[in-house]
Design a protein around this ligand. Structure first.
Ligand code: PBG
Length: 341
């Protein structure tokens, strides 16, 4: 005789005694057992900065995302702060005449990024300012470092320039220096440079495991960098085939003094986030990059995905993978969605 699930006998195996669906029975029940949660505090909003005044320029491949002149950026950053976003990450669009072979605009104390940092610190108290350190927005060849005669990126010479860049940013009020260049030894060198200048409170969020990815395409268009890049970035950014190497890269950055680490891109690299978090238990961030954002938007605009659900699910999955926070272009819209319930 088959065992009844309702009145199991002492001898019959009950089918099934454990019913996983019980904890999914009601909305409140699901909320009670939810292991992860997305809040505005999990989001860092990357922003694009333009020269001039009163300019807001939409970016074609990133629907809903704009480049802002500093006066308009300040308003947008104030909105982010009021939504509960803890920090923004600055990305300047460099006018072509300020690009050079050695990217010296990177350490101009009056660069667009420095001006933007000063304006935000003055006019929008209470939100953190993160700024990329790398030469690609400033070089005529579009690489993150400087080149030798054979067009190889010179590591140590580049690190020297990155230190100068970090210093002008920190003096302009940037709270968190985010080296995205993938040169060897740059975290330690930047930490030493900051400390020697009395900037011991300035934090470093390293792009510890940054891959040579096709998913940065729309970002390069947003910065108007796409026409410049000669070749690819495979001699400094990581091979998408590797994850042991991501652990070694991250270990080095932590040893050299990184306060926070980042994995980039995001969604195709959730396994790397999990490995890094499990291995080191340090604050670990993910970057949901421009190409990921573009994919979500393109599918939504075609009616193939429900935009609001896709955005929030993607962010939740970063938390589940172990990220403490996510750099995401969708930060503003996601906060509004959370607020609306
Ligand atoms: C610059 C930098 C890049 C991104 C962040 N910082 C592009 C690159 O390395 O080529 C990509 C961000 C995105 O795609 O959203 N080193």
């Amino acid at each position: 005789m088959a065992a009844s699930p309702v009145t199991p006998s002492l001898t019959a195996p009950s089918f099934p005694r454990t019913r996983m669906r019980r904890n999914r029975y009601d909305g409140w029940q699901r909320d009670m057992v939810a292991e992860n949660l997305v809040t505005p505090k999990d989001m860092i909003w990357p922003v694009f900065i333009l020269e001039g005044e009163n300019r807001v320029e939409p970016i074609d491949a990133m629907p809903g995302i704009n480049r802002y002149s500093i006066d308009r950026l300040v308003e947008a950053v104030a909105e982010a702060r009021d939504l509960g976003i803890p920090a923004v990450a600055l990305f300047p669009v460099t006018p072509p005449e300020l690009r050079s072979e050695d990217g010296r605009e990177a350490y101009n104390p009056d660069s667009l990024a420095c001006q933007a940092a000063r304006a935000i610190k003055e006019q929008v108290p209470g939100i953190g300012v993160i700024c990329d350190v790398a030469l690609d927005p400033f070089t005529t060849h579009g690489h993150d470092g400087v080149l030798d005669e054979d067009a190889r990126i010179m590591n140590d010479e580049t690190v020297g320039i990155l230190c100068k860049q970090a210093l002008v940013q920190a003096h302009a009020g940037v709270d968190v220096i985010a080296p995205s260049d993938m040169m060897d030894g740059r975290i330690g060198a930047i930490r030493d440079a900051l400390d020697a200048d009395g900037l011991t409170h300035v934090r470093i969020m390293s792009y510890a495991a940054k891959y040579a990815s096709c998913f940065y395409g729309p970002f390069r268009a947003a910065l108007q960098s796409d026409g410049y890049l000669k070749g690819d970035k495979k001699t400094y950014q990581m091979d998408p085939a590797n994850s042991d190497e991501a652990v070694r890269e991250t270990a080095l950055d932590i040893t050299e003094g990184a306060d926070m680490v980042m994995v980039k891109p995001g969604m195709p690299y959730l396994d790397v986030i999990r490995r890094v978090k499990d291995e080191f238990s340090v604050p670990t961030f993910a970057y949901q990059v421009s190409g990921e954002y573009a994919m979500l938007k393109a599918a939504s605009q075609n009616g193939w995905l429900d935009n609001d659900r896709a955005v929030l699910e993607s962010l939740l999955c970063f938390k589940r993978a172990g990220a403490d926070g996510v750099l995401t272009y969708a930060a503003i819209e996601a906060c509004k969605l959370l607020k609306a319930g």
